[in-house]
Design a protein around this ligand. Structure first.
Ligand SMILES: Nc1ncnc2c1ncn2[C@@H]1O[C@H](COP(=O)(O)OP(=O)(O)O)[C@@H](O)[C@H]1O
Ligand SMILES: [Mg+2]
Length: 648
């Protein structure tokens, strides 16, 4: 097969529209800007012929093409044109490839039409708009390919540098989803062609029209050989002169409705380029930074020890939060195996499949235990903490803490230990209330209230079994906690819990963390323990009804204060917390405030308003594509595309 030459093709994958600035009064400036925005141009200045091909089918495509005799030349021209387009248009990106043109494949039978547009129209021609409108037509029965070929004028003796020769061609194909006979096909074809040249005639002398061209002409279109050569001597006769157009007379700037993805742009980007790579053991690699809407070569890295000031990941469902967490935790596990990782799973069954290195504890099971009272350095703290947690979870704000702690103190002073079964403990609470010298009616009421609340929460036995003391001794620490503290990866599966049960267990776990993780005496500022809360609203959510007496409010308020204490001490303890959720605005403000690093995927309203006051950024957060995120650390601010998930 004979090779005629090579075609360099640039498939444009994304671009930002050219912003229409309203410039009043300064016509010269406006014209300049328009010419700068038009892609009817000759970037290399050597009167090459440029082509563009629009594919209007199931998908929309926009490709620039150039013809060259050799592969090397095609590579050079295509590469240079892509760089040039990227420099000229914000956020433009594309893929350049070079194809050989075999003479056999240029022998195309399909009908090819030329659209003949008038030269020097008094009003701007809207050709690109027509192409886009046609693509957006519902129930479009004909697919189309449009070719536009242009070259800067080199035929006139003293050519105007802003004058371009331009020819446009169209070929139409029935959409395979609709069946059509030949006659209908012809009618449809004519309708489309007529639409493309509508509104372009300059009556009465110049009419925009369409013409069938011989199939042999396909070769010329694809090799960009469509304009006359300048004769060696003298002028080209007038009748052979092609049509001319100036850039400002045709809508070749990039309109907002261009059906290509529009990359997000961050106005006040601020990044530090550290001389570290993604293998550095003290950093986790989260993805590639974007620059001016295009993926750059810079890596997004987060210092592992900076997690002691916590990380928030927010974004709508399906934007890539859980996957990013998985990537983060796997890297931390590999790079710093001494760090204990505790994953509290509230929502995703079989999450353990993603973490083969984890020790898994499921609720309910014999293996997973959270004793209702655990030893802290002083017995009174143990008593107080447990009493507060139970009072909060049962919604017994006033009498609860006092009665519970009094009962526990009594048990302890009498027997030097606590009841093994939580049920037994609640019996003791009731016995304690019976001895009170309260008004009989009031006493009756209080006892009934306690009983009702307890029965509501402890209606199933497996919750009781989980909370009973280990081996009868209250000083025993559950196995999962020891494993975590020793640097293991532990996954606690609470997906089978009811919401209130998740709260109670979550609070007991937070209390244990608060009291059993010691202050790091070496003050190394290194991360030692990591807590991961995906779907964090399950325990860090704001109360949904505002009534400050409601059990829900009391419980969530209490969680808030425990969480606040944990985050305040965590740096000194080497404890880091990663929280992820889809609705930032439904979390306690402390859960958002305390994190110094944020990774924000696409957010809905009003979550998008929490992290930035800049209108454009709020808008951008509303429309970010999956796996793109705004990263805010204490020194940096950048957009990122998350690393590919290669974890099996
Ligand atoms: N980094 C990634 N690499 C490959 N696929 C990803 C990546 N992030 C997200 N995805 C795809 O998107 C889907 C949803 O991501 P997920 O992390 O579950 O989102 P979220 O937790 O925000 O709801 C995943 O199932 C996966 O197919
Ligand atoms: Mg998720």
């Amino acid at each position: 097969m004979e090779i005629v030459g090579y075609q360099a093709k640039i498939n444009i994958t994304q671009v930002l529209p050219c912003v229409e600035e309203k410039i009043i009064g300064n016509q010269e400036f406006a014209l300049k800007r328009l010419i700068n925005a038009s892609w009817l141009y000759d970037p290399f200045g050597d009167n090459l012929t440029y082509g563009v091909e629009f594919g209007i089918g199931k998908y929309f495509s926009w490709e620039f093409y150039l013809f060259a005799e050799t592969v090397e030349m095609a590579e050079e021209l295509g590469g240079a044109l892509l760089y040039n387009l990227q420099e000229r248009y914000r956020g433009l990106d594309g893929q350049m490839s070079v194809y050989p043109l075999y003479s056999e494949f240029l022998d195309i039978k399909r009908s090819l039409y030329e659209l003949i547009l008038p030269s020097n129209p008094p009003l701007k021609l809207h050709f690109l708009r027509k192409i886009i409108n046609y693509y957006k037509t519902p129930q479009r029965k004909m697919d189309a390919t449009v070719f536009i070929v242009w070259k800067r004028d080199d035929l006139h003796a003293s050519p105007d540098p802003l004058k371009f020769m331009l020819r446009t061609f169209v070929t139409l194909n029935p959409n395979p989803d609709f069946s059509m006979d030949l006659e209908e096909r012809e009618l449809k074809t004519n309708a489309v062609l007529r639409y493309f040249v509508s509104d372009m005639s300059i009556p009465p002398y110049q009419k925009a029209k369409h013409d069938l061209v011989p199939p042999i002409f396909w070769r010329n279109v694809l090799t960009t050989d469509v304009f006359p050569e300048k004769p060696e001597y003298g002028q080209l006769p007038r009748e052979f002169m092609p049509n001319y157009i100036k850039p400002h007379l045709i809508d070749f700037d990039i309109p907002p409705e261009m059906p290509l993805s529009k990359p997000p742009i961050l106005e006040n980007r601020n990044t530090v380029n550290l001389a570290i790579d993604f293998n550095d053991p003290n950093y986790v690699y989260v993805g590639t930074k974007m620059n001016k809407g295009v993926l750059s070569t810079e890596s997004g890295l987060i210092a592992i020890d900076s997690l002691t000031t916590h990380l928030n990941i927010f974004g709508k469902t399906g934007t890539g939060k859980s996957t990013l967490i998985k990537i983060l935790l796997h890297q931390i596990h590999k790079k710093r195996p001494d760090i204990g990782i505790l994953i509290l799973n509230f929502a995703k069954p079989y999450l353990e499949d993603d973490y083969p290195m984890a020790h898994v504890y499921k609720f309910p099971s014999e293996k997973f235990r959270v004793p209702y009272i655990t030893p802290f350095d002083r017995i009174m703290i143990s008593i107080k903490e447990s009493s507060n947690v139970f009072a909060a979870c049962l919604g017994l704000k006033y009498l609860g803490p006092g009665i519970f702690s009094e009962t526990l103190q009594r048990c302890y002073s009498k027997f030097n230990k606590f009841p093994v079964d939580i049920k037994e403990f609640f019996n003791c609470v009731d016995d304690n209330m019976k001895t009170k010298s309260w008004e009989p009616e009031f006493k009756q009421h209080v006892r009934a209230t306690f009983k009702r609340r307890i029965n509501e929460l402890f209606y199933r036995e497996d919750l009781e079994a989980t909370l009973n003391l280990l081996d009868g001794a209250w000083k025993n620490i559950p196995e999962w906690f020891k494993k975590w503290k020793e640097g293991g990866t532990v996954l606690i599966d609470l997906t089978k819990c009811l919401e209130e049960e998740q709260h109670l267990i979550g609070m007991l776990i937070l209390t244990m963390i608060e009291n059993l993780i010691p202050i790091d005496k070496e003050k190394s500022n290194r991360l030692k323990y990591l807590l991961m809360l995906d779907e964090a609203h399950r325990i860090l959510g704001k109360p949904s009804d505002g009534h400050p007496e409601s059990p829900e409010f009391i419980m969530k308020d209490k969680t808030n204060s425990i969480y606040k204490r944990i985050t305040q001490e965590s740096r000194a303890k080497g404890l880091g917390i990663i929280t992820a959720d889809q609705h930032a605005h439904l979390l306690h403000s402390i859960a958002i405030d305390s994190a110094r690093t944020k990774i924000l995927f696409q957010l809905g309203y009003p979550s998008n308003q929490i992290f930035t006051g800049i209108m454009n950024e709020r808008e951008m957060l509303l429309t970010l594509q999956e796996r793109y995120a705004l990263v805010i650390t204490n020194t940096e601010r950048y957009l990122l595309r998350t690393v590919d998930d290669k974890i099996p």
